[in-house]
Unconditional design. Sequence first.
Length: 116
Amino acid sequence: MPKYIAVGSYSSGSWARLMRRMDDRIAAARSIAESLGGSLDCIYWEISTRSVYAIVDMPDSVAMAAATAVLTQTGAFKHVDSHELLTQDQLSEVLDLAGDVSQLYRVPGDAGDPSI
């Protein structure tokens, strides 16, 4: 199952509510992941930016996009970014594949003229 990282910054209102009454945010994140067929690996927080970092296993990018949409639509976060994480083997596959097709791509404005 693909692994993703979601990075979000809590809104100032959410941060203030957490300071007044900290509740179990791990259970909340686990619930969203599991409802979409995934699982929560771990969560970490960064105080200075009011950010949360969650690593999850999700069935596919559609499920992860749905989780991101749920988090952003609540207004609890100023923004949420999610990215698929690659293993070392997957990175090797990406680089091999990119190497195979790299000669086919032409940069904008380059019609194949070697003098450019």
